[in-house]
Write a protein that binds this ligand. Sequence first.
Ligand SMILES: [Zn+2]
Length: 651
Amino acid sequence: MTDAATCDLLLTNAIVVTMDPQFTVHRAGAVAVTAAMAYQAAETIDCGGRVVLPGMVNAHTHAPMTLLRGLADDLRLDVWLMGYMMPVERAFVSPDFVRLGTRLACAEMIRSGVTCFADMYYFEDAVADATAAAGMRALCAQTVLRFPTPDATSYEESLAHARDFIQRWRGHPLIVPAPAPHAPYTCTPEILRACAELAVEFDVPLHIHLSETALEVEDSRRLHGMPVVPWVKKHGLFDAKVLAAHCVHVDEGEIRALKNYNAGVAHNPTSNLKLGAGVAPVARMIDLGVNVGIGTDGAASNNDLDMFEEVRLAALLAKGTSGDPTAIPARTALAMATRMGARAMHLDHLIGSLEAGKRADLIVLDLDRLHNVPAFGHDAGGIYGQIVYASKSTDVVDVMCNGRWLMRNSALLTLDERELRYAARTEAARVDAFLVSREVSVLQKLVAVGGAVEQESFEVQVKARVPSAEKVMAVIGGDDVTVIRSSHYHQYDTYWSFDDPDQGWLRYREDEFLDEAGAVTGARARLTFTGRTREDRFGSVLLSRSRYYAPATHSARFYREYFRPAAERIVEKDRRRWLVAYRGVEFYVHLDRLLEPAHDGYFIEVKSRTWSRRDARDKAAVITDLLAVLGASPDDTLSDGYADLAAGRPS
Ligand SMILES: [Zn+2]
């Protein structure tokens, strides 16, 4: 934007809401643009009294996730992210997917008056490419995670991608490249430090999710002895120009720290509400001088990219949660979506207000709509209330970015909406087919979420009541049995069953390791999937198959909400476990005392891995013999295990 004397384009007869630091409004004003685009002839446009505003700044989104809009709603953050988003992303996200999703997002954002957004995703090169082609401006941040992603098999590789990406796009007129360590809980201290160093080396911002949920903060306190902001500070994050999304659960000290490190915050009210994360203390942040922008977050958690909704919600939430209707007035909310958002993104030298010398990113808004008449002139600031509380994104009629029109008279000029709608539906049909096939079996769902299922094993095993623990201990310590190792646990088992019994069982087990004195020395959690089918039976000894073990990387609550079992049984027991050799064969022997459901007496379980039917039959014979030695009756075995016992079924 420049002086009228030398301009290429003049917008006249407009209410110019500059959003400069003085909040200057020019009624019957004009905006002069020196267009960068050579093909644009010198022109004057009469705005007919409409409002000219700086283009809105969407301070946090994942543009390609428009293609996952509505994929999974009304779920908790971890189930939503780890159970649905990430498995689908692993299977589908490619440069083409990302390009299409970004174009869809750009079309939607241009319609809602956005000219610049802060992105974070995979294949960010394709995001940048599609964004630049659509004529929009963006901070494009390449994601780095501690586990494999759709575009990298290791964090070293994704870091190398981020470096390449930044080198390629630095200095582009529309794209500002950046690294994005996804979040403290999905990164390691080394990743945080390496990303910060990368951002400093190339003098670009750094984009991250911080303190989104109370759980994240609790975990940080438990694991690191401090909340999230000081922990990432400790690992050098704030050496970079940080744009931190969310910051829902930050205390006063952390807010002051964000201010001191000049970190920008992206407030995402809809996403935080929809995922039940809470409401960020943005009024306090702004009071303390933190630059707070407004973001839509990805379309998978919103489910749209409408900045007018976000701005309105940001203003309303601050009032509703504080009981103070003066909190975040309309003017402040609009500043968050423009100048302050640009500062949060560390781009305020270029954009965010209509001031001489800044880039020509602007929108024209028609306030002469039914839902926005009449208007009053007694308060000069009333225009902000009109824009924030009554306007809708559909009131945006013209959008210009970097001196180029992206929308004129509500028609998109750089993107084909019809083609985008068709392509997005085609992509969604593929994702749908994938999810339907995954839902067919518990095992497929387990593979989809864990990735870490270890192996299928075959084993011969039997469970039986024993009259006394002393007898078992005496035999184990005796001459016929050689103890290879022994351990003692307190086990909490959650068994889940499904409507279709062929789906088998899923067991979530938390083991506490006990020492000689019975004190807890450690813990682990494992997930076991057991097929319902028994392969064979040798007397009372069963040959079972389809056992898959995986370390349980999520909570029992996560798996319950993800698998949605039909029934749940709890079994708690004290277990002594021995690996023994008896008659030349190795067995695990478990001596169990059931605590829940409470049960008198003891059970013994004997099991061994097996490789063939003949091996199974031979081992079954030795097990039957060992059972007799241990004093168990072959008539008193438990063919369906403890879970059925917990269900009160006859054993
Ligand atoms: Zn996000």
